[in-house]
Design a protein around this ligand. Structure first.
Ligand SMILES: [Fe+2]
Length: 439
C-alpha cells in the first residue's frame, strides 16, 4: 500500500491555538504571580496528561488542573484565578534533551484545562512531555509525530476503538490496546456517554453508576470525563487520544457502511440510521473511489457495539457485483456489557447477506498493521468487562492485499463450544427500519 499517497487530514484540529503559548525560555516576569497571591495548590494532575491530533510536525498536548476532579461544579477544586502551567517537550524520557519549553495560562473559564499546540518538530519521531505547576510535576507522556507525507514507512501500526459506557464495564480494552503500542489510535464514537445514570442499561444490568445529571453543559462533561478517568484499567493505561483521523485510502467514521439486510425473505429490511438509509450518498462515495482510482478503499467504522468485517460491493442488489473495498467495524470498549463469543459465520443474517464475512459480540478493539504489501486487521476481544484486568486475544485476523479489494480470513479462533450468535448487538444505534422491495 502506498503510504506516500496517504495525506493525514486532521478532523479536529482547528487552526487557532486554544491558549496563548509562550514558546521557549522561562516564565515572563509579567506573567509571574505575585507572591502574596500565590496559594499552594494540592496535586493538580489527577487526570493525567494526553496528546493527540498528530501531523508530521506537531501535535496537541493536554492536561487539566483538578485537585478534586469529581467536584460537582465541574471546576475540579481549583481557585477562581488564572494559573501558569509550565510545559516541556524532550527527545528522551529523562528530559536531558529538551527541545521545547514554555508556559501557558490555565484559565478558570476553561476549567484550568490547557492545550499546547506544537509545530516544527521532526516527522515520525517519539517525544516526551510533562507539565509543572508550582512544585507539582505531572506524569511524563509519550507521543509521536506522524510520518512525513512524502515518506514511505515500512510499517504503520494503527488501532481503532469506540464506545466506552462507564456503567457497562471496565475500560480494560483501552489498557490492552495501549499495551500493543500502536503508533496512532482513532476513536470512532462515544468516547463518553451523555445519559443520566441507569438510562442506558447493559444486558444483565449496569455495573456502576454515572455521577451527576445527563451531560448538558461543559461542566457536566468535565465531571464525567474525570469520572471515566478513575477507571482502574484506564489508570493503568497510557493516554488514548479521542480524535479521529482520515487517510485518503482509509475512511474512518461511525456508521455501518455495507448493506445489512435483516430479512431472510424477499424484502430488504435495513436500518435508516446507517449508510443503508443514504443509498445515493453511499453510491456516490463508492463510485467516487473508482473514478478517483483510490488504490485500497477501506472503511473503518465504530459505534456498532460488535466486531464486523465486510466486503464492499459496487451494487449490493446484484450478487455478481464486483468487490470494490472493505469495511472493518470495531466492537465497543464496554457498551453492551460482556457479550458473548460465537462461531464465525453463525450470525443469522450472514446466511442471506453474502458480503459480511465476520461478526463477534465480545468487547474489544481492532489493531491494524499497514505495510506496502498489505493491511492486516486483528480483531481483539476480551472474555469479560464486568470485572477489571481481563486478557485480550486475537479472535480473527483479516488481510487486505494491496490493489486486491476484499478480505482474506487468515486466522480464526472460534470458541471451543460452538454456539450461535445472539440477536443483533447494535444497542447503540437507533434501528429505524424501512422496508423496500428488491427491484
Ligand atoms: Fe456507542
Amino acid at each position: 500500500m502506498s503510504l506516500s499517497r496517504r495525506t493525514i487530514l486532521l478532523s479536529g484540529l482547528a487552526a487557532g491555538a486554544a491558549g496563548a503559548v509562550v514558546a521557549g525560555g522561562a516564565l515572563p516576569a509579567s506573567a509571574a504571580p505575585a507572591p502574596s497571591r500565590t496559594r499552594a495548590l494540592s496535586y493538580p494532575f489527577t487526570l493525567g496528561v494526553a496528546s493527540g491530533d498528530p501531523d508530521h510536525e506537531g501535535f496537541v498536548l493536554w492536561t487539566r488542573l483538578a485537585p478534586q476532579p469529581l467536584a460537582e461544579d465541574g471546576l475540579g477544586g481549583m481557585p477562581d484565578r488564572t494559573v501558569p502551567v509550565f510545559w516541556e517537550l524532550a527527545a528522551d524520557e529523562r528530559f536531558r534533551h529538551v527541545v521545547r519549553r514554555g508556559v501557558v495560562d490555565a484559565h478558570a473559564a476553561s476549567a484550568h484545562s490547557v492545550h499546547v499546540e506544537l509545530a516544527g518538530l521532526l516527522p515520525g519521531r517519539e517525544y516526551f512531555y510533562r507539565f509543572r505547576v508550582q512544585r507539582h510535576l505531572s506524569p511524563v507522556g509519550r507521543t509521536r509525530t506522524a510520518p512525513a507525507p512524502w515518506s514511505l514507512p515500512a510499517t504503520l501500526a494503527m488501532a481503532f476503538a469506540s464506545c466506552s459506557q462507564y456503567e457497562h464495564g471496565y475500560f480494560t480494552a483501552y489498557r490492552q490496546l495501549a499495551e500493543t503500542e500502536p503508533e496512532i489510535v482513532l476513536h470512532l464514537g462515544d468516547y463518553q456517554y451523555e445519559y443520566a445514570r441507569d438510562t442506558y442499561t447493559a444486558p444483565g444490568g449496569n455495573l456502576r453508576d454515572h455521577e451527576g445529571p445527563e451531560t448538558r453543559t461543559l461542566a457536566n462533561y468535565r465531571q464525567r470525563h474525570a469520572q471515566y478517568k478513575t477507571d482502574p484499567d484506564l489508570q493503568a493505561a497510557h493516554a488514548v487520544a479521542p480524535w479521529a483521523v482520515v487517510f485518503d485510502d482509509l475512511l474512518a467514521q461511525q456508521v455501518f457502511f455495507a448493506q445489512r439486510d435483516r430479512d431472510s425473505g424477499p424484502l430488504t429490511v435495513t436500518s435508516m440510521d446507517a449508510w443503508d438509509g443514504y443509498l445515493a450518498s453511499r453510491d456516490r462515495i463508492t463510485r467516487g473511489w473508482l473514478a478517483a482510482g483510490v488504490r485500497n478503499p477501506v472503511v473503518l467504522t465504530g459505534d456498532v457495539h460488535a466486531h464486523w468485517a465486510s466486503d464492499l460491493k459496487l451494487d449490493y442488489a446484484d450478487p455478481t457485483s464486483r468487490t470494490v473495498g472493505s469495511e472493518l467495524v470495531c466492537s465497543s470498549i464496554t457498551s453492551g456489557g460482556d457479550g458473548a463469543d460465537s462461531a464465525t459465520g453463525s450470525h443469522p443474517w450472514l446466511a442471506w447477506n453474502p458480503h459480511p464475512r465476520f461478526h463477534n459480540n465480545l468487547r474489544g478493539y481492532v489493531r491494524t498493521t499497514i505495510t506496502r504489501e498489505q493491511l492486516t486487521a486483528d480483531f481483539a476481544v476480551l472474555p469479560y468487562v464486568s470485572s477489571p484486568g481481563a486478557p485480550a486475544r486475537t479472535r480473527a485476523r483479516f488481510v487486505i492485499e494491496d490493489r486486491v479489494p476484499g478480505l482474506h480470513l487468515t486466522r480464526d479462533e472460534p470458541p471451543a463450544a460452538t454456539r450461535a450468535a445472539g440477536p443483533d448487538a447494535d444497542a447503540g444505534q437507533r434501528t429505524v427500519e424501512s422496508e423496500t422491495r428488491r427491484p
